[in-house]
Ligand binder design. Structure first.
Ligand code: URA
Length: 237
């Protein structure tokens, strides 16, 4: 059991400065298990704790991990240049506690994006050593043929590295000859990797969607722009 003061709990979860957190408690805006708590020094066991601020429930997380369904038109940068940041889609406490995207998706790419304040997890999921598979649903300009799929699996050379990059899996989707869609599984995360690999086999990416990162699959009910909590165990499975 870890007994922590309520104002410290709020502070650790991103609810502002220590002073602001104490003020939130003192003004009756925080409750635990349906009971309003107005003493900032009251302690609670953080294990499995759910508190509520201004009527919204917040589960306590030592480290926060969320899955965002990234819409098109957002940048995965903390200092975006041309579009709003994906961070603007998260509620303030998650931004305040410093969540960062795990890897990058291009502004026009949609789909699964993990964000966390757990540096060890970011390293574990992005380091090429760990070969975490990422699944991309790709819509191409031209029909996808067996020659292109075989080349993607065998490895293609990109312009910044003489060593070929291989897709762990590449299959046409959508059924039938002439389909322009394919599913690509990559275990690295090079800059514009899907677009460059598809270009290297003579096709062109028209739309790109990431459906999974390791064991984390984008749930069908999670609409573009929405997010949900992910536990560490699932993120690392
Ligand atoms: N590969 C790309 O080309 N773009 C992405 O957003 C992700 C992988």
């Amino acid at each position: 059991m870890t007994a922590v003061r309520l104002s410290q709990i709020l502070f650790s979860q991103g609810f502002g400065s220590r002073r602001e957190c104490a003020a939130r408690v003192l003004t009756g805006r925080v409750s635990v298990a349906g009971r309003e708590c107005d003493d900032p020094d009251e302690t609670f066991d953080t294990e499995g704790l759910v508190f509520s601020v201004d009527g919204r429930d917040w589960p306590y997380h030592d480290k926060a991990i969320v899955l965002l369904h990234k819409p098109a038109g957002y940048e995965c940068s903390i200092k975006p240049r041309h579009h709003p940041s994906v961070l603007s889609l998260l509620p303030s406490p998650l931004r305040v506690r410093g969540l960062q995207p795990v890897g990058r998706l291009d502004a026009d790419t949609t789909g699964a994006l993990l964000l966390t304040d757990d540096g060890t997890l970011i390293h574990r999921l992005t380091s090429p050593k760990h070969h975490v598979p990422k699944i991309y649903e790709v819509t191409c300009k031209h029909p996808v043929d067996e020659r292109q799929l075989a080349a993607l699996r065998a490895g293609v050379v990109l312009d910044d590295d003489p060593a070929p990059v291989r897709a762990a899996a590449a299959e046409a989707t959508g059924g039938g000859p002439g389909t322009c869609t394919l599913r690509l599984t990559l275990t690295e995360g090079k800059y514009h990797q899907v677009k460059r690999m598809v270009a290297a086999v003579g096709n062109r990416v028209e739309a790109l969607h990431r459906s999974a990162i390791g064991a984390v699959t984008l749930p069908t009910g999670l609409a573009p722009g929405q997010w949900c909590w992910i536990d560490r165990h699932t993120a690392l499975a």
